[in-house]
Design a protein around this ligand. Structure first.
Ligand SMILES: Cc1cc2nc3c(=O)[nH]c(=O)nc-3n(C[C@H](O)[C@H](O)[C@H](O)COP(=O)(O)O)c2cc1C
Length: 306
């Protein structure tokens, strides 16, 4: 028996009326009758109680109906699985991107043309007012030693007794990445676009650029660390007072893929509004940052690359 015919039976079981079931299946009543009769022939038993109008299913017919219901439900589930899998491939590049630590990167990094494409991807991020409230600063190979001096000096300011190994590590953050960019959030003075939206736009641009780098076949990672909060280093890099050094983007070819990481599931972040039961007054509008509970495992302080 064909699946379409089983679906006709399921419709008849639900509608309990020839005309409505036929309409639901998009066939004539006569065709629906033929389908049932053909099934009865194949099965060797009456499926529906004979009569001018629909009189119900015979006991054997109820068994067939139960199988048809199960089959159609399983088929529907399978079709859903296929559709989800097909749709998943459409977002696969976004699901596959990983940050790749500078230790796992080598040359060549993205070319000037690639960097322009990456920046273009950033510019295509959602951006209220088209302000592109961010900019990139590239450190050419010949400037890295000078940048390493700046990183070392910042480390010394922060920790005058820093051991030589820590100072060397600070220098390596400037020297190791095949391509190194500073990501600077550069808010524009616009009354109609609040600062927080400009930061969100900058973050969206950063995400787009990391995805673009991944799509171009490069590994990339954004690292901030304490140095991004050092006013002197920011001044040495030419930041304006209103700008923030959000992080450094390292880019290169991937030597070794990063280890697998766990992700939260969509249900952790996607819920439905419940208009009843939650008084509007109880919904915090914008919780002050101090209210956020720090998770020691994921707290940036513990994970920062100094
Ligand atoms: C602005 C910014 C700064 C970051 N700074 C650091 C950092 O200093 N140290 C660190 O371990 N991860 C830092 N991260 C997180 C990593 O870049 C990366 O996203 C994280 O390790 C998760 O890896 P994944 O991108 O492969 O999921 C930062 C991320 C962003 C967006």
């Amino acid at each position: 028996m064909e699946r379409e015919n089983l679906e006709c039976l399921v419709a008849l079981g639900q509608e309990r009326d020839w005309a409505r079931a036929a309409e639901r299946c998009g066939v004539t009543e006569e065709r629906l009758n033929q389908v049932v009769h053909a099934a009865e022939e194949e099965y060797g038993h009456a499926i529906v109680v004979p009569g001018q109008t629909f009189q119900g299913f015979t006991p054997e017919g109820e068994r067939v109906l139960a199988w048809a219901n199960d089959f159609c439900a399983a088929f529907e589930q399978l079709a859903q699985c296929f559709a989800t899998s097909r749709r998943r491939t459409l977002v696969a590049p976004l699901l596959e991107r990983r940050s790749v630590s500078p230790k796992r990167l080598c040359g060549p990094g993205p070319s000037a043309h690639d960097l322009a494409l990456i920046a273009q991807a950033g510019l295509h991020a959602p951006d209220h007012g088209g302000l592109h409230p961010w900019r990139l600063l590239e450190f050419a190979g010949g400037q890295r030693a000078q940048l390493a001096d700046c990183f070392e000096a910042e480390k010394r300011r922060r920790d005058p007794l820093a051991p030589a190994a820590d100072l060397q590590r600070a220098r390596e953050h400037a020297l190791r990445p095949p391509v190194l960019l500073a990501f600077i959030v550069s808010p524009k003075a616009r009354t109609q676009v609040p600062l927080r939206e400009q930061w969100l736009s900058a973050g969206a641009a950063l995400g787009n650029m990391l995805n673009a780098a991944h799509q171009l076949g490069f590994g990339a990672i954004v690292l901030s660390g304490e140095r991004c909060f050092d006013p002197q280093l920011s001044a040495e890099l030419g930041l304006q007072p209103a700008e923030s050094l959000a992080g450094f983007i390292s880019l290169g070819s991937v030597v070794q893929a990063p280890p697998a990481r766990k992700y939260a599931s969509p249900e952790d972040v996607l819920s439905h509004w419940q208009p009843h039961g939650t008084p509007a007054a109880d919904v915090p509008r914008s919780p002050p940052e101090a209210d956020l509970e720090i998770d020691p495992i994921h707290d940036d302080k513990h994970n920062r690359h100094h």
